[in-house]
Design a protein around this ligand. Structure first.
Ligand SMILES: [Zn+2]
Length: 500
């Protein structure tokens, strides 16, 4: 069976391995439209769990969900100069509203249906949302306005990869308006903190936090903050961003309010987003050469039960026990699946669930039923725990939630250790910086003078970019004094890496 073929290993070809993990776990598939993807039910199940967790956190911090249109008038996008510059080359444009049969019978856009003003399929929604905010905000009493939208967006990408970079993707975009810059700054940092908590405690994908350099900033933002995670191939993934937009958009969309002292001022905005790209990050953080590994909190199935029987008369007995065990685990809040497919033997079932990253598998055969025991197998063994154990039924039911919890924590600890082991601090000069990028990769900490020329030189020579100027807690104990590129005085420490 072709399906039993082993995956390409990470070491042999990381990129091929990544695609195979996705295909074999049935997370997503290529679509008939180049650059787009189909998210299959198992992959969408992960996204739903991510959405639920994030949505709860957004609401707990005072945000409400709303929905804005897919189409944006072209003039809206062109109003903010940097914004249009940043997105102009990747926008999908609607120019006509219907088709008609041409001379040779083929359908073509009906010239009579040409729109007076083309519509842009949203690459992001700052413009249309702040245009609406301008209608809703009159006074300081209407602020802060804290809105989130779950939506799809389109950015016409030439080189695409499943989950990481697709022409259409799913995301959330938070948009807020505040009376003062300080409040907007606080909000942008708070939401970056929410992302960090989610990435740490749900994804077990510990991000490095910091500010983007000017050249890597969101088009139209005053400051962009980011969560950067390190993948197993030592490339960085920008996993979430939060922008302090200042009054740039408010001025263009006339988002004004009456201040407490009776004057008038433009509002200060923030926007922040994470996308289905997070699923790509999850895969590249944890999975191994046997396939997907999922942190239990984001596993659509946390426990799979495989009944094992040879004869028909054994089937009823084991399936009954499997359902009873599933019921007990579900009552304890776990997501459980009983695999009763008769056309498959246990071996291929085990293999399939391992490939799909289900954290715990329970095997139940006739002898287990007779002896009141369960065989419990973990997808990965946390710490010094055994990978496979035969336990009394009661002991197993008590132990499984503890194992899921331990596995979640262990995945985070492993990812933190890997990130630190692959971070090089105190890189002094350009030769060392270049060598490290080209040999090992990972996060490279070095001094930077703040000049775009130095940044550009590294990018041209090595394809590495400044991922962030790290926040204090991530900075090296000894701060660099000189720029590793030009040898001039350093204005900050920068973290360099090749990125997705
Ligand atoms: Zn420099």
């Amino acid at each position: 069976m072709a399906d039993d073929k082993r995956l390409t290993t990470r070491e042999a070809d990381f990129s091929a391995w990544y695609n195979e993990v996705i295909q074999r776990a049935e997370l997503a598939d290529y679509s008939p439209v180049r650059g787009c993807m189909v998210i299959r039910p198992y992959g969408y199940g992960i996204w739903e769990l991510m959405q639920r967790a994030l949505d709860d956190m957004f609401k707990a911090t005072g945000h409400q969900n709303a929905y804005f249109p897919l189409f944006i008038p072209q003039s809206f996008i062109t109003r903010e100069a940097k914004h249009v510059e940043g997105f102009a080359k990747e926008m999908a444009i609607v120019t006509h509203t219907r088709l008609k049969a041409g001379a040779n019978g083929e359908l073509e856009p009906d010239p009579d249906s040409k729109l007076d003003e083309p519509l842009i399929v949203r690459p992001t929604s700052e413009t249309i949302i702040y245009a609406m905010f301008a209608k809703w905000v009159q006074s300081y009493r209407d602020l802060p306005l804290l809105i989130n939208q779950w939506a799809n967006v389109v950015r016409w990408e030439m080189r695409t990869r499943l989950f990481l970079r697709t022409t259409e993707f799913l995301w959330q975009e938070g948009h807020t308006a505040h009376a003062t810059e300080n409040e907007a700054e606080e909000e942008a940092l708070k939401m970056l903190g929410v992302y960090r908590e989610f990435m740490d405690n749900w994804m077990a994908m510990p991000p490095l936090l910091g500010r983007k350099s000017d050249s890597e900033r969101f088009p139209g933002a005053v400051r962009t903050y980011a969560c950067e995670a390190l993948m197993q191939d030592n490339r960085a993934l920008q996993a979430g961003t939060s922008h302090m937009l200042g009054q740039n958009f408010a001025r263009q969309f006339d988002l004004k309010f009456q201040t407490e002292t009776g004057g008038e001022d433009y509002a200060h905005n923030t926007s922040w987003g994470v996308s289905t790209r997070l699923i790509g990050g999850l895969i590249m953080t944890h999975s191994d050469d046997d396939g997907l590994i999922l942190p239990p909190r984001l596993a659509p199935i946390q426990v799979v039960i495989v009944p094992i029987y040879r004869k028909d008369e054994e089937r009823a007995l084991v399936v009954e026990k499997a359902n009873a065990v599933a019921g007990a685990l579900r009552n304890n809040g776990m997501r459980v699946h009983v695999d009763v497919r008769d056309h498959l033997k246990p071996g291929p079932k085990f293999y399939e669930w391992e490939r799909k990253g289900v954290p715990v598998r329970i095997e139940i055969g006739p002898r287990d039923v007779a002896q009141g025991q369960l065989t419990v197998v973990l997808r990965t063994a946390p710490g010094d725990m055994p990978r496979k154990e035969v336990l009394g039924e009661d002991a197993a039911l008590t132990m499984i939630p503890q194992r899921l919890d331990a596995l979640q924590k262990q995945l985070l600890a492993t990812a933190v250790a890997r990130r630190e082991a692959n971070s090089q601090r105190g890189v002094q000069d350009y030769a060392a910086l270049r060598e490290r990028v080209e040999d090992a990769g990972g996060f490279i900490y070095a001094g930077w003078c703040g000049s775009a020329d130095c940044e550009q030189k590294v990018k041209e020579d090595t394809k590495a970019t400044i991922r962030v100027l790290p926040f204090e807690e991530f900075r090296s104990a000894e701060q660099p004094k000189l720029c590793a590129v030009c040898g001039g005085n350093a204005t900050s420490e920068a973290v360099w890496a090749r990125a997705y």
